[in-house]
Design a protein around this ligand. Structure first.
Ligand SMILES: CCCCCCCCCCCC(=O)SCCNC(=O)CCNC(=O)[C@H](O)C(C)(C)COP(=O)(O)OP(=O)(O)OC[C@H]1O[C@@H](n2cnc3c(N)ncnc32)[C@H](O)[C@@H]1OP(=O)(O)O
Length: 210
């Protein structure tokens, strides 16, 4: 993993604004009902915009880096990265020894008619469980993830995702988490095993906040 000092905050802000506009575009594309001629015209506009962006390109998304406030961020991440249009982006917060994030899925995430695709819920939980393990000092790669789908996950509604690290044995650690409604009804729950690759530098566990 390469971690570099950040330069060009203004440019990064512009990149995040572009990514947010692309999210709006994806939402609009998912729901549009304009006439076919308009679809064709917009496609031509977007083809031109895509070529303009490709005029100068990096080999990989934005990497892990230190923000000006000293925090570690990953703007290219598919779940949390503000510069990645694929990301919600999920804003994960420490909550004592656990982590939490407000989640609002979009029609773009549809799986079964009217509800969120199970793979999308799994992706969110994978990341959140991984951050719970990392917050406890056991950052690692997902080795296994078990997801139990209890109720359909709606899009458009304010939901809550939470996770906590549960135990560790050497390089292996476990976390569990869930996506719930605001009134506390669990919709999806997951457990995961995270393994710190032997090549990663060891670091002492981070004490819980608060
Ligand atoms: C910094 C900010 C961060 C910020 C936090 C960011 C959070 C991000 C969260 C998202 C994480 C992802 O999506 S990660 C992307 C998805 N995951 C991956 O791509 C992982 C691909 N797999 C791998 O790279 C590798 O298989 C690893 C690293 C998982 C394990 O390889 P390894 O380290 O060589 O493992 P190895 O020595 O063989 O085994 C170590 C021990 O683990 C056990 N073990 C190994 N694999 C498995 C397995 N799949 N299921 C069960 N157990 C397993 C072995 O039996 C052994 O147990 P024993 O004999 O010791 O008992």
């Amino acid at each position: 993993m390469t971690i570099r000092e950040t330069t060009g905050e203004s440019r990064l802000r512009a990149l995040c604004e572009l990514a947010e506009q692309v999210r709006e575009l994806m939402d609009a594309t998912t729901l549009t009902d304009v006439p076919e001629a308009e679809l064709t015209a917009v496609t031509a506009t977007l083809t031109e915009a895509t070529e303009r962006l490709r005029a100068s390109a990096r080999a990989a998304p934005q990497p892990f880096e230190f923000a000006p406030d000293g925090s570690l961020r990953h703007l290219g991440n598919a779940v949390t990265g503000a510069a990645n249009p694929h990301a919600l982006p999920l804003a994960v917060e420490r909550d004592g020894a656990a982590v939490r994030a407000d989640v609002r899925f979009r029609p773009l995430h549809e799986g079964p008619p009217g509800s969120v695709h199970g793979g999308i819920s799994a992706m969110i939980l994978d990341h959140l469980l991984g951050q719970a393990a990392a917050a406890a000092g056991f950052a690692g790669m997902t080795a296994s993830l078990t997801v139990r789908y209890l109720k359909p996950v709606p899009y458009g509604a304010a939901l809550l995702a939470t996770a906590e690290h549960t135990r560790a044995e050497g390089r292996k650690s476990w976390a569990e988490g869930r996506i719930s409604t605001q009134d506390g009804t669990t919709l999806v729950e997951a457990t995961g095993l995270f393994i710190t690759p032997a090549a990663w530098p060891a670091r002492p566990p981070t004490p819980p906040e608060g």
